[in-house]
Ligand binder design. Structure first.
Ligand SMILES: Nc1ncnc2c1ncn2[C@@H]1O[C@H](COP(=O)(O)OP(=O)(O)O)[C@@H](O)[C@H]1O
Ligand SMILES: [Mg+2]
Length: 330
């Protein structure tokens, strides 16, 4: 439903977006992930028609933005990084004003505003003055104005930036509830956000596309082996020896022993290796207490992919067991 084709943008000598191509399917939530300065806002402003591209084009539902800008803009709801709110207006009056700007026929304005208020969970705030709302509510007003004319495509630029943890959760839930009916592109520089909210993720770095895939597939792309942690009631060295005898394991490492049990980490080339591990340990008469895959965090994937894209050596990304995994922003 959205095609971005070879999009580039230069600000003077600075190439902010460099030959970017991707597409979005109807009803999906697409995460647009990249560090600050990666070119997310610039790309979103080009998709919404606020900024002319230096090269390339944007096609929404088969209509080219360059040929029919008004037709395309009508199909897009946009939440900019800083939503254009009027602090002195009430929520309802502001939305009625936006409805007029969006040329919603007068008889339909009130029902459109009521519906947007309801979908953005703002019904009880309708009479409140925007300037006195919390940042979380103001962000919802921004989302309400974006969905007012029920556009098929929603472009949300860092919708959770600056919100507190509870407001972040509420905003994520709101965004998820809007998917299906709307195709959503949501930018973020927070990895965990893309992993929890989005079905597919586009990773950009320095204006260039690094990867487009599901968070799950990105994990496999970065690291094809299966990392497993095993806890078995056996002496560590005996258990390690039994595992090293199996064909599909590329590494076996003892992590520790505790109360008669040992913890080991193994790298397996195939999924079937999990069954072989269970058979070997139980067959030796030991109790298998745990056999658990260790997932890569999206952060490790991101660092690995962007490191490779910048020409740096591909850093090893095996998740360190039991180590606190770094959280948050890159
Ligand atoms: N109006 C502008 N003039 C000059 N450079 C800009 C302008 N807007 C953005 N840039 C530069 O373009 C790059 C991409 O910025 P931006 O799209 O805002 O990234 P993001 O939203 O991913 O943080 C940055 O290096 C930024 O400094
Ligand atoms: Mg930005």
């Amino acid at each position: 439903m959205l095609e971005v084709q070879n999009l580039s943008k230069s600000y003077g000598p600075k190439l902010a977006v460099d030959n970017l191509s991707f597409s979005a399917r109807k009803g999906e939530i697409l995460g647009f992930l990249g560090p600050n300065g990666a070119g997310k806002t610039t790309t979103m402003r080009m998709i919404t028609g606020y900024l002319p591209p230096s090269h390339g084009q944007v096609v929404v539902e088969g209509i080219a933005l360059r040929e029919s800008p008004i037709e395309v803009k009508r199909r897009i709801g946009y939440l900019p990084e800083l939503p254009p709110l009027y602090p002195e207006l009430s929520v309802r009056d502001y939305l009625l004003f936006v409805a007029r700007l969006k040329k919603i026929p007068s008889a339909q304005r009130q029902p459109a505003v009521d519906r947007a208020l309801e979908r953005a969970a703002l019904g009880e705030q309708r009479q409140r003055i925007i300037g006195r709302l919390s940042k979380g509510y103001r962000q919802r007003v921004g989302i309400a104005q974006a969905i007012l004319n029920e556009p098929p495509l929603l472009i949300l630029d860092e919708p959770t930036a600056g919100l507190d943890p509870r407001q972040i959760l509420e905003t994520r839930n709101l965004v998820r509830s809007l998917a299906g009916e709307h195709t959503i592109i949501l930018s973020t520089h927070i990895l965990a956000e893309a992993a929890t909210t989005c079905e597919r993720v586009i990773i950009i770095n320095q204006g260039r596309l690094v990867a487009v895939d599901t968070p799950e597939n990105l994990t496999h792309r970065v690291k094809p082996t299966d990392t497993l942690q095993v806890e078995v009631s056996a002496p560590a060295e005996a258990a390690a020896a039994a595992l090293r005898a199996l064909p599909d394991l590329t590494a076996v490492e003892v992590l520790g022993q505790h109360q008669g049990a040992s913890r080991l980490q193994v790298e397996a080339r195939t999924l079937a290796a999990r069954e072989a591990i269970a058979r070997a340990l139980v067959g030796a008469g030991w109790g298998l207490r745990e056999l658990r895959p260790v997932e890569l965090t999206l952060e490790q994937i991101f660092l690995s992919l962007t490191g490779a894209a910048a020409g740096a050596p591909n850093v090893p990304v095996a998740a360190a067991p039991g180590e606190p995994q770094s959280e948050g922003e890159v």
